[in-house]
Design a protein around this ligand. Structure first.
Ligand code: C2G
Length: 134
């Protein structure tokens, strides 16, 4: 069984997330999503609308996803690849080149992003971004 892993916040789940998860799943037979905890999002400088548990429930409901685990540090990827015997690490190409160090342990695939949508854009369009709310 070819196992794939990807990482992300997946806040305000949208079709760009679904596209990348579909493509990630198509790289193998089993997809693990390491979902950023709120504490790790704070390290990434992101503030989530949905809690970790709410985001986990949403991501677990996606047909392409087989397992959701927490992502709480930048350093856990090598451990995760070894622990889950992962064959492929994948992520959107906004991260292109950033995780090439994983090539020592598994295949590394950067997937094209869905350009026109983002959680930030959704918040802005709904007037929920910092400028609109302040
Ligand atoms: N994504 C996409 N198209 C979009 C928006 C997001 O393909 N329009 C992809 C991203 O490239 C990423 C995944 O969806 O692969 C999740 O995106 P985010 O929730 O923004 O995750 P990010 O903050 O990039 O977290 O350790 C890695 C980080 O946790 C990645």
């Amino acid at each position: 069984m070819k196992k794939v892993i990807t990482y992300g916040t997946f806040d305000l789940l949208h079709y760009g997330h679904i596209n990348v998860l579909k493509k990630a799943r198509e790289l193998g037979d089993y997809l693990i999503v390491a979902l950023s905890t709120n504490e790790f999002n704070a390290i990434k400088g992101k503030e989530c609308y949905f809690s970790y548990d709410q985001r986990k429930k949403l991501v677990e409901a996606i047909r392409y996803v087989d397992l959701v685990i927490p992502e709480d540090s930048w350093e856990q990827k090598v451990h995760d690849v070894k622990e889950f015997k992962v064959d492929v690490f994948t992520i959107g190409n906004d991260w292109s080149g950033k995780f090439d160090f994983l090539k020592e342990y598994c295949d590394v695939v950067y997937l094209s992003r869905t350009p026109e949508i983002s959680t930030t854009k959704i918040k802005k369009d709904l007037g929920l971004d910092e400028e609109s709310v302040s």
